[in-house]
Design a protein around this ligand. Structure first.
Ligand SMILES: NC(=O)c1ccc[n+]([C@@H]2O[C@H](COP(=O)([O-])OP(=O)(O)OC[C@H]3O[C@@H](n4cnc5c(N)ncnc54)[C@H](OP(=O)(O)O)[C@@H]3O)[C@@H](O)[C@H]2O)c1
Length: 247
């Protein structure tokens, strides 16, 4: 079940946290995984370890907010593999501040990475996916995009934006057998969430009915399912993976 044998997958933000786990999970399911982050050394390490499981994995340095870099990244992957089957838009950052103190720079940085980055990647893979009449696009949003959160206006707007971006992608690409879905993770243990202070973490924990913090693998297994043939009739959806935090 949920096999991805020989599928060509791109995972952005694959150098650590949720993206690393997604890359590992897709590879175990049989995919050839192209791992992307801004720092080649970090992402190459992940790709080298993946290569051990038998399939081919590669690391690429690319800032997803930079349209030219994204175009040339995707072109180089298509030149080698002639297709892209799966795109996981996972790269994301936070730059938190209350609205009155939020700088224009921090607003732009977060929107450019989290939202424009996903647009850049989606546009860049669209031609080859349409030509091949198959594809899976999965965008990693956040429960913050559903609920809002004080101090995260840029992040919340970017993650809510991803939901609209996903629905539009789903509608535009459906006739070519390409699905697009969103995952909204809750509180998942990674470097990003480790930046939250201990008191806030305790409060968050109390809001999770399943009584534990999520693991990157909890998100990766949903990504594997949505990437598979078995999920072929699901598109335009946002699936919350949060231990019941937002009900
Ligand atoms: N952790 C949570 O609780 C949680 C909850 C909800 C949603 N999410 C979402 O899940 C995704 C992954 O989060 P995480 O917790 O795993 O974060 P993380 O540990 O901070 O990892 C972020 C990844 O994104 C890459 N990245 C950042 N900016 C990039 C850019 N401009 N271009 C390419 N790659 C970039 C980073 O690598 P480089 O620094 O090398 O570029 C890194 O690989 C994010 O979209 C996040 O918003 C996380």
């Amino acid at each position: 079940m949920f096999k991805l044998t020989d599928k060509i997958a791109i995972v952005t933000g694959a150098s650590r946290g949720i993206g690393k786990s997604i890359a590992e999970t897709l590879e175990k399911a049989g995919a050839q995984v192209m791992c992307v982050s801004r720092h080649l050394e970090d992402v190459q390490k992940i790709a080298d370890n993946l290569g051990n499981a038998g399939s081919e994995a590669m690391g690429f340095a690319c800032d997803v907010s930079d349209t030219k870099s994204v175009t040339s990244l995707v072109q180089s992957i298509i030149e080698k593999y002639h297709r892209i089957d799966i795109l996981i838009n996972n790269a994301g950052i936070t730059k938190d501040a209350l609205i009155m103190r939020m700088s224009e720079r921090d607003w732009d940085d977060v929107l450019n990475t989290n939202l424009k980055g996903a647009f850049n990647m989606t546009k860049a893979v669209s031609r080859t996916m349409m030509k091949n009449r198959t594809g899976r696009i999965i965008n990693i949003s956040s429960i913050i995009g559903l609920t809002g959160n004080p101090g995260q206006i840029n992040y919340a707007a970017s993650k809510a934006g991803l939901i609209g971006l996903t629905k539009t992608t789903a509608k535009e690409f459906a006739s070519r057998n390409i699905t697009a879905n969103c995952i909204a993770p809750g509180y998942i243990e990674t470097d990003m969430s480790n930046a939250i202070n201990e008191k806030k973490k305790e409060t968050l924990m109390k809001q999770i009915p399943l009584g534990r913090i999520g693991k990157p693998e909890d998100i990766a297994s949903m990504v594997q399912f949505l990437s598979s043939d078995e999920a072929g009739f699901i598109t335009g959806q946002t699936i919350t993976v949060d231990g019941g935090m937002v009900l």
